[in-house]
Design a binder for this molecule. Structure first.
Ligand SMILES: C[S@@+](CC[C@H](N)C(=O)[O-])C[C@H]1O[C@@H](n2cnc3c(N)ncnc32)[C@H](O)[C@@H]1O
Length: 444
């Protein structure tokens, strides 16, 4: 017998926010299955139907029940608030079915009916907070380990996403929102706007607009979604707005494209143009170190070196990437550069400077060891994915070893003797630059 399962997202709660398709799927169903509260929210649509109510923790039971009923040839509507595919029953249902040997070509058809998810419903009540890149993170650690949640919060905060927090707090889970606030405050201003929306489009709807540093003390519960702004989100006239970015391109008063920008074309700081912008910035700010430039653009040092290597218009700076098969050769070649300054950076910010000779290097398995009477330094060579020769004319000449994410593993710099780089040292360095990189010469 061929049954059918509709997986129906019925939106935030009010019937007027339910889609036409959600209503017609429920109307067509012989059996409606759902969490008790959800069944109450659609009670006006259930006349003459078999209704199966389940408790909050009986999610897998709801999927099994839907499958069993469909196997009897019935049309089933398994309902969920918001969008059933967003922290909803669509995933568990497919998992149960696939485990039971169901395939998409089997007798039982599955159809997902999308609905308006909490983040869009809540956003609509407070203004336009999601008009730029956003992400959603559930603070429920019932099925997800906290380090995974914390890692996602950290990444979202660092990347300046607007963040929608689902399942922010419950009777038992009271500290997750406090921990989330602590992580976000590491990257965001304390005054960042936050909207706390409870029971959107339901009887007890409540909205609070607060600052990020006040978020955790607010009234937050199981039926709350928290929307945290990014660095450009603002509140005006009690509306929370995240700009689309028109101000980056267009003049506010005239509506015309700003100098250097064109309507319908990527920004000058778009994918293709931004390396040139970085080089221009470097040209205009000749005294900056690679780290300072990386901080300014919020990128890794490897990206700065790549941008400098892509043109010869970065002021005093030049760079060229070492050919991938010549990484180990660099270490051999720098034996001819005399005494060197080795710089090793720890993730938390400590910078170690070592005075050494390349002859002190010993390669042991994955490790590049530098052992002298004064110190032992062990560098994880297996982390080195790229190297760049980079220089600032007459000021600095060196090689930068970079990991796969563009972060510095270590760098070796030539040292001046009596205030000057020696000619032989520079000649040997320049020769290595030309022979081990595929691009360009050093300086004119
Ligand atoms: C298990 S998730 C279900 C999400 C749902 N499938 C959706 O797409 O909106 C439950 C969480 O959704 C959010 N939520 C659901 N309905 C809401 C509403 N009407 N108002 C505010 N938040 C809501 C809350 O964060 C709640 O803790």
């Amino acid at each position: 017998m061929s049954g059918k399962i509709y997986l129906v997202g019925f939106g935030p709660g009010a019937e007027e926010h339910m889609t036409y398709k959600a209503k017609s799927a429920i109307a067509e169903a012989d059996v409606v299955i759902g969490y008790t509260t959800y069944i109450k929210l659609v009670k006006d649509l259930l006349d003459g139907k078999e209704v199966i109510r389940k408790g909050m923790t009986e999610e897998i039971d709801r999927c099994i029940e839907a499958y069993e009923q469909a196997k009897l040839g019935k049309t089933v509507a398994l309902i969920s608030s918001g969008d059933i595919g967003v922290y909803g029953m669509a995933g568990p249902t497919y998992e149960v079915l696939l485990q039971a040997g169901w395939t998409p070509n089997a007798d039982i058809q599955i159809e997902i009916v999308p609905g308006s998810t909490a983040l869009s419903a809540c956003a609509s009540l407070v203004g336009a907070p999601l008009t730029h890149d956003f992400c959603s993170i559930s603070l429920s650690d019932l099925l997800t380990p906290w380090p995974v949640i914390a890692g996602r919060l950290e990444a979202a905060a660092r990347a300046d996403f607007v963040v929608a927090l689902y399942n922010p707090k419950s009777g038992r889970r009271t500290q997750q929102i406090v921990a989330a606030q602590t992580i976000l405050l590491r990257y965001r201003d304390a005054a960042t706007p936050v909207a706390i929306v409870k029971s959107a489009y339901r009887r007890r709807q409540d909205i609070q607009l607060v600052r990020l540093d006040a978020m955790a003390e607010c009234d937050i519960g199981m039926l709350t979604t928290v929307l945290i702004g990014n660095s450009s989100t603002f509140i005006k006239e009690s509306l929370m707005i995240t700009p689309r970015g028109y101000a980056n391109k267009y003049n506010h008063l005239t509506g015309k494209a700003k100098a250097g920008e064109q309507a319908g074309v990527s920004l000058s700081m778009g994918l293709e143009g931004w390396y040139a912008c970085l080089r221009q910035y470097v040209q205009d700010n000749d005294n900056l170190t690679l780290e300072k430039i990386a901080d300014y653009f919020n990128v890794a040092v490897g990206e700065v070196l790549n941008a400098i290597a892509a043109g010869d218009d970065a002021g005093e700076h030049r760079a060229a990437q070492v050919c991938s098969d010549k990484l180990a050769e660099v270490i051999r070649r720098c034996e001819a550069w005399g005494k060197l300054r080795g710089i090793v950076r720890a993730e938390a910010g400590a910078v170690t400077e070592l005075f050494l000779h390349a002859q002190d290097f010993q390669q042991r398995g994955d490790w590049l060891n530098i052992e002298t009477d004064a110190f032992h330094c062990h560098i994880n060579w297996s982390k080195v994915a790229n190297a760049y020769f980079a220089s600032r004319k007459d000021k600095s000449y060196g090689v930068h070893f970079i990991d796969a994410t563009g972060h510095l593993v270590f760098r070796l710099l030539l040292i001046k003797e009596q205030g000057e780089f020696s000619r032989t040292q520079l000649d040997s360095y320049q020769q290595a630059w030309q022979q081990l990189t595929s691009t360009g010469a050093l300086h004119d």
